[in-house]
Design a protein around this ligand. Sequence first.
Ligand code: ZN
Length: 280
Amino acid sequence: MENNTSYTCSGLTSKDENITVSADKPLVINDNITCKEGNEIRIEKGGTLTLGGDLDLSGDLYVEGKLIIEEDATISGSGIIHVVNSFDDIDCKGTVTAKIDAPEPVEIDGVTYVGGILLVNKEYSLPREFGTDIGDIRPELRQAIEQMRADTGFGMTLRPSSGYRSYATQEWWFNYYCETDGYENAITYSARSGHSEHQTGYAADITKTELDYADTEEGKWLAANCYKYGCIIRYPADKVDITGYVYEPWHIRYLGKSTAKLVHDSGLCLEEFLEVDRTN
Ligand SMILES: [Zn+2]
């Protein structure tokens, strides 16, 4: 294109520097486009923007409707993608290196969500009864693990206690670790009751909870590839100060393929990605 602030799409040519995608007119952009600083692209509620090319974003992209990023598409630059409501509004198969601004956390019945993502960490906990009705890992996570097994031939063992963990079980173990190892040590690897991500049903400890798992073929594969199946390594080695947990190469968290890819490509841990501070 001669002028990279213009775009062509669906028979529409515009030199407008702001783009609004409204509910009545889905927009497909397959060209490479630029959104300059001070300009914005706004996907209104009910609207859909599909990007097939590269977006060089120095301005702001507001996602209130649906944003589809096709496989070869990228969004890069110093601008910001604002997720107004939910990360489910983004379907990312491409690559995003631009910063993503998450919505504020909301609490529903004692459970914290950030952009629809259930958040449990040392700051945010779950109520005692949460998950007891399911009592197991979620079907989405089970399917992801089965698919990883099928695709690789790795064992990816999942013992009963490695998936869902109830509030009562957490209570028992945390008390046990405190008694045997002291609170200060216990808090770095065991969760206070209600603070274990395992209670969500979206977390699993794969094969073995030992640090050398990271050096096994399976552990290396998991770290490099689990995002393709919708999971992230929740407590990375270089984020210990932020997550508050020691490196756990075995602990995966299911987020869904699109969000897992966004987190993976960002290089951030979940706390950073969701912009939540942890004081505990
Ligand atoms: Zn775990």
